[in-house]
Design a protein around this ligand. Structure first.
Ligand code: UDP
Length: 336
């Protein structure tokens, strides 16, 4: 499944980040020529395991255009973005600048450089509190936080451009809750102040944080905590390769949910984090975090049928245990 008919040249923005770095690795293994473009604001140079790295910002139109002219990519995968729901509520303009304005910069530069294929990292946050679960790609886009709104706006740029220009096609992948790490522990999440549940839980198990806070226990779910569809990052990486193959085959622009179609509560995740780590770490129940929908579960028929996506790590224990191996490796590296 990973072999491309020709060497596809792929520019990856945000390729030094968590998801981007897993995709860069997978593209390299599939025989693609990869170039990462990343400002290293949250990414790590050491995470770029295939191809070269250009350290640059998407706001730098000159460097962006030069990079496109030099590398001449067949396709661009756009990961570089700000990703924290809570921060987007308190600093919305950062999200509109990084996720909408900078994406527009990139899209304009692609048009000028005549790059006709783009794969965009979108999010389930575009749906807000969906009326029906699992939520399908046809559901109304009603984001309830600036993060989701900033991604929805970029999806709109892409859809309108696709209508206007026959030589521009895109795939937008709406990620549900991405977690886990490369099964060989070569890569994983490595941010200065991680906010995601699984990372926070495992770092609490390691004693890096004193306590894990559970945000909200009064949601209309079985145990009162939020439900999310956690997808392993290596399965998500594979979805990008499948999307690229789809565009290479000449198919029309489209949007796909990326999730497994079932979810777990925060309490389920905490219990699994304790099981995998073997540590009964402290947990504190606190109030709701602003901007959190109660439940998000992907309708995932479309990606399986149209992209032929076949996930390999649809298992909460596998997600937690690969993340746990990575977290232990980070601690061992810091001690060296
Ligand atoms: N969460 C939590 N404690 C934390 C981090 C997250 O209870 O320290 C909850 C959060 O409120 C949400 C779920 O875990 O209900 C998933 O949040 P995360 O930040 O991992 O992903 P998001 O759904 O915001 O993309």
């Amino acid at each position: 499944m990973n072999n491309f008919p020709e060497k596809t040249r792929v520019l990856v923005t945000g390729g030094a980040g968590y998801i981007g770095s897993h995709v860069v690795l997978a593209l390299g293994q599939a025989g693609c020529d990869v170039l990462t473009y990343d400002n290293l604001s949250t990414g790590n140079r050491d995470a770029v395991l295939s191809g070269d790295l250009v350290v640059g910002d998407l706001a730098d139109r000159v460097l962006l255009s030069e990079t496109l002219a030099d590398f001449r990519p067949d396709a661009v995968m756009h990961f570089a973005a700000s990703i924290e729901v809570g921060e987007s509520v308190t600093d919305p303009l950062k999200y509109y600048r990084n996720n909408s304005v900078n994406a527009l910069n990139l899209i304009e530069a692609l048009c000028q450089a005549r790059v006709g294929k783009m794969i965009f990292s979108s999010t389930a946050a575009v749906y807000g509190n969906p009326e029906q679960l699992p939520v399908t790609e046809q559901a109304a886009l009603q984001p309830i936080n600036p993060y989701g709104a900033s991604k929805m706006i970029t999806e709109r740029f892409l859809a309108d451009l696709n209508q206007a220009r026959v030589d521009f096609r895109y795939v937008s992948l709406r990620y549900f809750n991405v977690a886990g790490a490369d099964p060989g522990a070569r890569l994983g999440q490595d941010y200065a102040n991680p906010t995601h549940l699984i990372t926070r839980a495992l770092k609490t198990a390691l004693g890096i944080y004193p306590v894990l806070q559970v945000f909200g226990t009064d949601y209309p779910t079985a145990d009162g905590t939020c439900i999310r569809d956690y997808i392993h990052v290596s399965d998500l990486a594979q979805a990008h390769l499948d999307a690229l193959r789809y565009l290479n085959a000449g198919h029309a622009s489209s949007v796909f949910n990326c999730g497994y179609g079932h979810g777990f509560t925060v309490n389920d995740v905490v219990a699994m984090a304790k099981q995998v780590s073997g540590v009964d770490f402290p947990v504190e129940q606190v109030g709701r975090r602003e901007g959190d929908p109660a439940e998000l579960i992907a309708g995932c028929d479309k990606i399986r049928q149209q992209l032929g996506w076949q996930p390999r790590f649809d298992n909460l224990e596998t997600i937690l245990s690969t993340a746990w191996e990575w977290e232990k490796k980070l601690v061992a590296q810091a001690e060296r």
